[in-house]
Structures are given as C-alpha cells and as structure tokens.
Design a protein around this ligand. Structure first.
Ligand SMILES: Cc1ncc(COP(=O)(O)O)c(C=O)c1O
Length: 371
C-alpha cells in the first residue's frame, strides 16, 4: 500500500465542483489583480481570526516580512523567535534588517518557551515572533504581558495554525486574535491551501493595517504617489477565489485531522520508543502536522519509506545551527530542547481524506518497527 504524506488530488476531487466554477468566474471577469474575491477573503479570514483587518499578500513569508518592515528596524535591532520552525520565520527578520535572537522551545509542545523569551529581552528587542508550530498555539497569555513591559510587538507566525484556538481565562482566543499582527500562509500543503503561493496578515490595529496595505503596493496609498518604498506583494484574484471556495471546508478538515491524530495516538500510546504529540490542554490543535518523537528516527524513516508510508522531518536542522546564521555564534548545545527535537521528530500523514485502512497500515508499520 502507498500512503502519501499528503494527498491534494483527493482533496481536489472532493471539491472541484465548487472551486472550478469560482475560478471560471474570475477568468470571465478578467480581474486578475485585486478582484472582488480578494477583499472577500480578507474579510472572512479576519472574522475567523477575531481580527479587524485582513491584508492578503503573496506568501506567508511576505506576511511575516511586511509587519517586520513596518517596525522600521535599525541595524542591531533584535527579534526573538524560535529556532524550531520553517526557515522563513528567521529569514524574514534578517531581510527586514533585524537580528534574529533564538531561544529554546518547550520540550513537550515544541513551541517557544516564554521564560526563555523574557530572559532574552534586551534594550534592542523590538519584537517577538512565536510560531504556532504544527497547528497548536504558543502560550500567548505568557508572552502578551511582555509587549507593554518592554515596549515591543508580538507577531504571531500562524502559518501552520489557521483556525487553531487556545482557551485563556475560560475564553477561546483564535490564532491571529492576540498578537499585534499575525502571518498566515496559503502554501498548497497548508490546512487552507491555495493553488500556488499566497499569504495574509491579520491585525486589529487600524493604523498598522493601513500601513501594511501601502507596503504591499509599493508604499503608495494613491496610485503613483509613494510615501515610502514598499513592494509588490498581492494575492492573485484566482488564488483568492480558490481560498474563498475552500474556506467553508477548513473547520471540518481540521476536525478530521484531529480525529486521525487521536486515532494514531491511541494506537501508538504503548509503543516503546515512541512519544505521541502532547496537546497543551488549553489548546484546540488543528494538526497541520502529526509529529511523533521517536528513538532511532532515521531508521524508522527508512523503514516507513520502504513500506510506502510518506513521512517527513520538520525540521532536521534548528535555525541557530544554519550556516547562514553562523555569525550569530550559537554553539551545539546552546538550545538543547530544539536540538533534541530536531533529532527525534517525524511527521506522519494526517490529511483529512485518509481512510481507516490507511491509518491502520501506518500504525502497523510503526508497531512492526519497534517490535
Ligand atoms: C511556520 C512557517 N512560517 C512561515 C512560512 C512561510 O510561508 P510561505 O511558504 O507561504 O512563504 C511557513 C510555510 O511554509 C511556515 O510553516
């Protein structure tokens, strides 16, 4: 049997009757740039995030870069983030003119450790970027007080966590609700994926929203008038149409992922050498990834591959150990929890269209390896 890590063709077959007419409408209108589905999507994603504004842009990377650029970072300004994330989180800090400062993660959730964040704050700290890794929120209630205390901004990297939420003081708070600005990615493999690149920033700060809209269009609020230098980072109308058509499916898809995750975790709980994902009890996880920590990870990976089970390691090299950040002088052992995670994690197929037969096949392959 073959169980791919992700099966976007299965998703397409299920929704083609909804998405293809939406695409056709855009083509009939020929409004490929900033057509009406763009503001429609912006409003819908802002609503989902309990935020006032959505600013669609070209990618999740740009959704991080634009708010960072809005901070006007000067050389030496620091932005604290996690080393255990996709490269874009730290790359955007660098490209906005800042210096990434990496702090260690919580060994259970893989999310940034708030105590380590506070220890890393200096007079040069301008922002913190928590990443809601694999689809569960970081401990926002412990990070938020740092913003007024140290005069810094919190930018949520929710590229893997659209629709995820966290119970804080008995209330559900959405990804995108609490930070100064939040980045989403619509990369095709995300829980809400476009048919190409795409991203969005949400914010409830009116002035920031206006600034971000300008920055995404070469810095001009009015055509041919440029108050500052921005860039071209729009979301295509065609991509917005795909995403508007897919959005009603997001909640049931994420619920399907949660069910598959629970099924795996029940079946793998007693396997020696395997630790199933820890869900912080305050979180509703959307399982963008279902990620185990295992012994003999690389051997397990080869075993699964040989049996047709798709899998991946997110992420094999923590960012503080990347050659491009060697000048920051982190050593092996500087951030031990992230380094250990990089050695032990493996993600399994968890897309909503998986069948029980496929899930059981993956489970048997893992149980067989550790037997
Ligand atoms: C945590 C995280 N941040 C940023 C990004 C960048 O998004 P994109 O690939 O849309 O530029 C991604 C996704 O790839 C991501 O997973």
């Amino acid at each position: 049997m073959n169980v791919p890590l992700l099966d976007l063709v299965a998703q397409f077959r299920a929704i083609e009757g909804e998405v293809l007419p939406a695409i056709r409408n855009v083509i009939e209108s020929q409004q490929f740039i900033m057509g009406p589905t763009v503001p429609q999507l912006e409003a819908a994603v802002a609503r989902l995030s309990h935020a006032r504004h959505g600013i669609a842009c070209a990618s999740g990377t740009d959704a991080l870069l634009l708010p960072l650029r809005a901070l006007n970072l000067a050389p030496g300004d620091e932005v604290i983030t996690t080393p255990f994330t996709f490269f874009a989180t730290a790359g955007a800090i660098h490209n906005a003119g800042g210096t990434p400062v990496f702090v260690d993660v919580d060994a259970d959730t893989f999310n940034i450790d708030p105590a380590a964040v506070e220890r890393a704050v200096t007079p040069r700290t301008r922002a913190i970027i928590p990443v809601h890794l694999y689809g569960q929120l970081a401990a926002m209630e412990r990070l938020l007080p740092l913003a007024p205390r140290y005069g810094l901004k919190i930018i949520e990297d929710a590229c893997q966590a659209i629709g995820a939420r966290r119970s804080i003081d008995g209330e559900w708070r959405q990804a995108g609700e609490l930070g100064w600005a939040t980045a989403y990615s619509f990369f095709p493999s995300k829980n809400l994926g476009a048919w190409g690149d795409g991203g969005m920033i949400v914010t409830s700060d009116d002035g920031t929203a206006e600034r971000l809209r300008r920055l995404r269009l070469h810095g001009g609020a009015k055509q041919y008038h440029h108050d500052e230098v921005g860039t071209n980072s729009r979301l295509d109308t065609l991509q917005a149409a795909v995403l508007v058509a897919k959005l009603p499916h997001l909640a049931p898809w994420s619920a399907g992922r949660r069910e598959h995750a629970a099924y795996y975790s029940r079946a793998l709980a007693d396997v020696p050498g395997v630790r199933t994902p820890v869900i912080d009890p305050q979180n509703e996880h959307i399982f963008h990834q279902y990620t185990l920590r295992v012994e003999r990870r690389d051997e397990l990976q080869a075993h699964l591959r040989a049996r047709g089970v798709g899998n991946a390691v997110y992420y094999p090299i923590p960012l503080h150990r990347q050659p491009c950040f060697a000048h920051l002088r982190y050593q092996v052992g500087s951030l031990p929890a992230a380094e250990q995670a990089a050695r032990e994690v493996i993600s399994l197929p968890v897309y909503p269209e998986l069948t029980t037969v496929q899930l059981d096949y993956v489970i048997d392959a893992i149980r067989g390896f550790y037997r």
